[in-house]
Every structure is written in structure tokens, then in C-alpha cells.
Design a protein around this ligand. Structure first.
Ligand SMILES: [Zn+2]
Length: 331
């Protein structure tokens, strides 16, 4: 029978170990531009299990750069769409989809039993949380970041340096906004995701991996490898203080990437989306599926998920987001 992994098994002389890859569980936090590509590569390589974590639903503006999604997916949760697509690529592997915000309350539960975590997130607060939970639980993770035409990636492994050794000061919450709306070239994510997955293969195979900070500007032809040192005073990897994981730092309201959007965790489980949508129908445009409600009033929109999480778009600030939610949903 044809061996689907034959070409990569021929890389055994370099250290690539298919038997270890086929026994590994990787968690991807954020299935956007980076996470889409990483998930695809890992699935094609025959990883044992992938857990896909993403709180967002697909928007039309995602499709130019997020290779997992097509036009008919608009409005559906990314993790669910990605799970279906990956199953078509490799029906032999296990895939879990988590449609939820990755936060201090669920982080340890989600990463439990992972061999490695890949960062597909788009904000520093989530990365500091990934850093806390992975350092505490001795799980290797791979940072990835992209903006405009700049990209970066590096490995954080147990007993080595961590993210806080690199970004030493803990930012104030007000500074932790998700990416500014400054744009992204769609040819950039696949390079950074490919670097992340290559490093994942090395770490999971048990061979030597990069200890440098990989940085590129794809537009200006800049490719750099920078040295990183462990900070002996680092609060996380040296002092074992996990302030993001224990909830001392972090927000219940999160500003989202672009489009003046905020996420609010209402903590109220929504049992009957149909009933709520009937009520809202009289006040604006409504559409719903079994996962969430989209409610539009003029150029403002509320998306309400079953677990009580809501995303409010088209508002100027946090106060307006809270007011809009209170007015129409009653939280
Ligand atoms: Zn550190």
C-alpha cells in the first residue's frame, strides 16, 4: 500500500521522526492566518491529534489571508470550519475544536496533555497567558507574530528562556490592545507558520531546535536570527509567578483586532438562541445558527454565543460596547 508519509520519512537522517510525530498532540491557539497554515501542515504530516482553539467566527475580511476559509464559511465559528476542512485532508488523525475564548479560567484545562502548543493568536495578552500556562506545565510552545510585512517566531521550551525574558516588562492592560489596524500582506503568514511547524517537528522528534529569534520583513528582504538570553530575574521562568494564569493580570473585556470590536464575557449561558432572536427581530436585523446570534442595528453588531460570550462591533469604546449589550441583551 502507498505510504502517504514516505517523502517525510526519508528525512530521518536529519532527525525527523515520523513515529514520534504520529504520537504527538499539538494545540493551536488561534486559527487565523498563522493557525490555519500550521493546522494544515500538521494534519498533512500525520500528527496524532490537533486541538483547534478559536473564539471567532469567519468574516469576509479574513479570507484574503486565512487559507482555511472560503466564502460560504462567513458567519460560522472558525474552529468548527477548520475541523471539517482538516478532516478532509487527513481522516486518520484526531481533531478537537474548542469554540471559546482562551483565558485564565480554561487555559490549564485546554493545554492539559499537550506535547506542544503553537501560537496562532493575534495579541500579547493571550501570548503572556500561553507563556504562563506552558512554563508552569513544562510544555514547549512556539511564538508566532505577523503584522504588515513583519513576522517573527521563536521557541520557548522548558528550562530555557521564556516570552517574558524577551519582552521583560509586563504591559499595562490598557496597552494590551490586539493588533492595530495597520494591515497585513497575505504572503507573510505562511512563511512564519512554516517556520513554527518546522520547529515543532524538530522539538517533537527530539532533535536540536532553534534557540534564536527569527525575524523577517518579507517586503524589504530582511531575514535575521537574533540571540536571546534567559533573564535570571524573570518573574515567570525564574520566579515562577504566573500572574496572567492566576487572573491577577488580564481583562474580562478584550479589544479585538480592527473594526472597533470588543469581546465581553457575560458568564451567562444562553440556553435558547431562537427565543432571544425572536425578541430581537423587532429591533434590528437578525440571523442565527446553532452556535450564535448575529444582531445588527445600523452599523453596530452584537454576536452572542451560547456560553454567554459576546462580541460587539462598530462601537467607539468599551463603555458603548457595554451599553449596547445591556440595552439589547440585558447583561
Ligand atoms: Zn523568562
Amino acid at each position: 500500500m502507498d505510504n502517504r508519509y514516505d517523502r517525510q520519512e526519508k528525512l530521518k537522517d536529519m532527525g525527523f521522526d515520523q513515529s514520534k510525530i504520529s504520537k504527538s498532540h499539538v494545540i493551536i491557539i488561534g486559527i487565523g492566518a498563522l493557525g490555519s497554515k500550521s493546522a494544515e501542515l500538521l494534519a498533512r504530516a500525520g500528527i496524532k491529534k490537533i486541538t483547534l482553539v478559536d473564539r471567532d467566527f469567519t468574516e469576509l475580511s479574513n479570507i484574503n489571508k486565512q487559507s482555511m476559509y472560503i466564502e460560504k464559511d462567513v458567519g460560522l465559528p472558525k474552529a468548527i470550519v477548520a475541523k471539517k476542512e482538516i478532516k478532509l485532508i487527513n481522516s486518520k488523525i484526531k481533531i478537537d475544536a474548542v469554540v471559546d475564548d482562551f483565558n485564565y479560567k480554561n487555559a490549564e484545562k485546554i493545554v492539559k496533555n499537550a506535547d506542544l502548543v503553537i501560537d496562532g493568536s493575534d495579541n500579547l495578552e493571550t501570548r503572556f497567558l500561553i507563556n504562563d500556562v506552558c512554563v508552569k506545565n513544562k510544555i514547549p510552545w512556539i511564538y508566532g507574530a505577523i503584522i504588515r510585512t513583519d513576522g517573527a517566531s521563536f521557541n520557548i521550551v522548558p528550562n530555557g528562556f521564556c516570552l517574558r525574558c524577551v519582552f521583560r516588562k509586563t504591559p499595562e492592560i490598557k496597552d494590551l490592545e490586539i493588533c492595530e489596524n495597520v494591515g497585513l500582506l497575505n504572503s507573510l503568514p505562511s512563511i512564519i507558520a512554516s517556520k513554527q511547524v518546522t520547529e515543532a517537528f524538530k522539538i517533537l522528534s527530539g532533535c536540536s531546535y532553534s534557540k534564536k529569534y527569527f525575524r523577517i520583513n518579507i517586503w524589504n528582504d530582511v531575514f535575521e536570527l537574533l540571540n536571546i538570553k534567559k533573564d535570571p530575574k524573570c518573574e515567570v521562568c525564574s520566579q515562577k509567578k504566573f500572574n496572567f494564569l492566576n487572573g491577577e493580570i488580564g481583562s474580562k473585556m478584550t479589544k479585538m483586532c480592527g473594526q472597533n470590536s470588543f469581546q465581553i464575557d457575560t458568564k451567562i449561558e444562553v440556553r435558547n438562541l431562537k427565543k432571544i432572536s425572536e425578541k430581537l427581530k423587532k429591533m434590528g436585523n437578525i440571523s442565527y445558527n446553532k452556535y450564535l446570534i448575529h444582531f445588527r442595528i445600523g452599523n453596530k453588531q452584537i454576536s452572542l454565543y451560547k456560553n454567554g460570550r459576546s462580541i460587539i462591533s462598530g462601537v467607539k469604546n468599551e463603555g458603548e460596547a457595554k451599553s449596547l449589550l445591556a440595552k439589547y441583551i440585558g447583561n
